[in-house]
Write a protein that binds this ligand. Structure first.
Ligand code: G
Ligand code: G
Ligand code: G
Ligand code: MN
Ligand code: NA
Length: 254
């Protein structure tokens, strides 16, 4: 109850802030995307883990004001970067299974994009694979409506959802994110490597771009390049950082 009250207050105070983790093109090493990760800094340089407050926010319905606050900060940051002359790659936001059923969130999102004079291509929406386990038909129709409006959809944590692969061909994703559980052993386990290879082949057959998350070593990175992964994200390349630090990584928009 205390943490819930503190979370509510933190949302109200704007104390939960977006951090951005860079994503890199494996072919040329260029920055090709950013993933927004919510951070709740507390006194003495500490952080409340999102692994704690995101599930709490979902249980209590606070995920709605939390995400509205976060996305508003992100759009404001993107539009500031544009004004400063930077080229900003697509920025991925995590949308939970809970929230995706909440139609108002997307209506609100489209309004905010036009408020900030940003195109829909400014954002990518990441949806975790387990979101489809609940109610495939309704998630499918929501995703189709979003895709029809031009939203770039990415399937997050791929490989962990224990769901049938047949759904993948029935959903309008543009990108597949290989879960770090596979990435962490891509260079040490033949079996994990075979799984990653299979996921990439599947993605190719379905014309999806493939990103690997949780890349922590040079050896993982080189295996992923050999296997043909399009892009990579992980501590080895860059950690999530606040908007000010991220600015230094953006190229000029020429
Ligand atoms: O940043 P970190 O890996 O600690 O995040 C832990 C979990 O919290 C991850 O599953 C991540 O997807 C989730 N998470 C982080 N930021 C957000 C957010 O803004 N919205 C949602 N729905 N989940 C988030
Ligand atoms: O669930 P989702 O994939 O959105 O969560 C991303 C989470 O992974 C974030 O909490 C982020 O901080 C974390 N993360 C990012 N890069 C790495 C990495 O290289 N290794 C590990 N272990 N976690 C990472
Ligand atoms: O060299 P530069 O500062 O632009 O690199 C930014 C980040 O990209 C660094 O963290 C670096 O490790 C990573 N990086 C450098 N070369 C490559 C590459 O060939 N492929 C990928 N995916 N990342 C790279
Ligand atoms: Mn994610
Ligand atoms: Na993930």
């Amino acid at each position: 109850v205390t943490l819930e009250r503190e979370l509510k207050q933190a949302i109200k105070d704007g104390a939960i802030v977006p951090h951005y983790q860079p994503q890199f093109d494996t072919e040329n090493g260029n920055l090709c995307g950013l993933e927004v990760l919510a951070r709740w800094p507390v006194e003495q340089g500490g952080m409340v883990s999102p692994g704690r407050f995101i599930p709490l926010a979902e249980e209590t319905g606070l995920i709605h004001p939390l995400m509205e606050h976060l996305v508003d900060s992100v759009l404001s940051q993107i539009s500031q970067w544009h004004r400063e002359g930077f080229l900003v790659p697509s920025v991925a936001i995590n949308v939970s299974a809970h929230q995706i059923r909440h139609h108002r969130f997307f209506d609100w999102l489209f309004e905010q994009l036009s408020h900030y004079d940003l195109g829909i291509d400014a954002l990518t929406v990441e949806i975790t694979e387990s979101a489809f386990l609940l109610d495939f038909a309704s998630v499918q129709s929501i995703l189709e409506a979003l895709a029809n409006r031009g939203v770039r959809l990415s399937i997050d944590d791929f490989g962990t959802g224990y769901s049938s692969l047949s759904y993948l061909s029935q959903l309008p994703f543009q990108e597949l994110k290989i879960d770090r559980a596979f990435v962490s052993e891509v260079d040490s386990s033949q079996r994990k490597r075979a799984v990653v290879k299979g996921i990439i082949e599947l993605a190719r057959a379905l014309e999806l771009e493939v990103i690997a998350e949780g890349v922590e070593t040079e050896s993982q990175l080189s295996q992923l390049k050999i296997l043909g992964c399009d892009s990579v994200q992980g501590f080895h390349l860059a950690k999530p950082m606040d908007g000010t630090s991220l600015t230094a990584m953006l190229p000029p928009d020429e």
